[in-house]
Design a protein. Structure first.
Length: 402
């Protein structure tokens, strides 16, 4: 039977990995991720979890261990934050190009320099084009459920998955979490069936140098060139949209919790003013939407749970009634705007949606933002006469811009 316990986001993620029956954990400490892998170490040491725990000298090695483990057929997991994620960058590309269903938690933290241990999403956003699926969680319950779902998704499409959640805001905050029954998780998540072939009777070269054009192998079979491999990875990410939604729907049927799959919505039925974001800031936006409704403004929230692959069709439908859209960002693309704003604007282009779009940079490096502040800046933007469809430079909230 499932049970409810009070736990941090990192403990929830560790329990999710244990319930997923991970076989190899590669770990290197970095705040605010450290207590996640420490919890897994305790599970393994006590015998509660049967897995190999590999202590490495750095984050690049941590993902290298997961790549090797997944290649030989083991279910592999790691976690990191901020500059640790950046140190993995080469191997993040390698894992995706190898089509390995590794799951990694990114406990979001601002990137140095200058140093901060506090939260924003610049670390995972900087890796958005590496070929990994990216899922963003808004609370600790969603973290444990998403880690379990991530393995099912990854092993269905053979693409690695990054489960992202806000450092300290969630990683170290205590919340009630319902722990799924292990036998039911086993039924939901069958053992990993690797697509890699390792056989003494059928020796193969793994990840050889690829030529530009397709060519025949030693058996006379025409193989892919480099572009064909990239085409297939891109197609797998696109096809993963249906898998992510299907896995979410099945999980909801079995466990009674639906986190939305691609997106989640709050009071959007009649909303003309829609706030959007990823992770905990989107949760804050629901309170801001209630404040706006008290002011007579029909507001709602669309939370983006799946950022890569970007759910264009779901986005187009979710924002169909919007007259103004307000993007709350914990990251930015230097020299342009926030990533949600630019991706959302591109997704809606040509769809016939004529909503004015506004971009807000908020909470970088742990800067606090309250729902009433969000509500106030949105209210002021809405009542100003702005041309629909025009580009609006980002507004930095709670930032001295003098």
């Amino acid at each position: 039977m499932s049970r409810v316990e009070i736990m941090t986001g990192n403990q929830a993620a560790a329990l999710g990995a244990r319930l997923a029956r991970v076989q190899v954990v590669a770990a290197y400490p970095i705040t605010p991720q450290t207590s996640l892998t420490e919890t897994l170490a305790q599970f393994i040491e006590s015998g509660e979890m049967k897995a190999e725990y590999v202590r490495v000298e750095g984050e690049h090695s941590a993902l290298s261990v997961c790549i090797a483990a997944s290649t030989v057929g083991a279910r592999a997991f790691t976690a990191t934050s901020a500059n640790g994620l950046l140190y993995m960058h080469e191997q993040i590309h390698w894992a995706a190009g190898s089509r390995l269903p590794i799951v990694m938690c990114c406990v979001n933290r601002g990137v140095g320099a200058p140093w901060t241990i506090l939260n924003d999403q610049q670390d995972s956003i900087s890796q958005r084009d590496t070929g990994w699926i990216q899922l963003y969680c808004r609370d600790n319950q969603e973290i444990i459920d998403t880690v379990i779902q991530a393995f099912r998704i990854a092993e269905a499409v053979y693409v690695p998955v990054m489960v992202c959640y806000d450092g300290f805001v969630l990683s170290h905050t205590l919340m009630p979490v319902e722990i799924p029954d292990a036998e039911r998780v086993d039924a939901f998540l069958p053992p990993y069936r690797p697509h890699t072939i390792l056989s003494e009777a059928d020796p193969r070269t793994i990840n050889p140098v690829m030529f530009a054009d397709p060519r025949e192998n030693a058996a006379g079979v025409l193989g892919d060139g480099y572009m064909e491999m990239r085409y297939k990875l891109a197609g797998a990410l696109t096809e993963a949209l249906k898998t992510i939604q299907d896995v979410s729907d099945e999980y909801a049927r079995l466990f009674g919790r639906n986190h939305g799959g691609l997106l989640w919505e709050y009071k959007t039925e009649d909303a003309e003013v829609i706030l959007t974001g990823m992770g905990s800031i989107a949760n804050e936006a629901t309170i801001a939407a209630d404040i706006l409704r008290e002011k007579g403004m029909p507001a709602g929230v669309v939370g983006i749970r799946t950022y890569r692959p970007f759910p264009v069709e779901a986005i187009t439908h979710a924002f169909r009634k919007a007259k103004s859209i307000h993007c709350l960002e914990k990251a930015l693309s230097y020299g342009f705007a926030g990533p949600i704003y630019t991706d959302l604007r591109a997704a809606l282009y040509g769809s016939g949606r004529e909503a004015a779009m506004h971009d807000y940079i908020a909470s970088l490096g742990g800067r606090d933002i309250q729902p009433d502040t969000i509500a106030q800046v949105v209210f002021e933007r809405v009542i100003k006469p702005e041309a629909n469809g025009s580009f609006h430079a980002p507004l930095w909230i709670n930032c001295r811009t003098e």
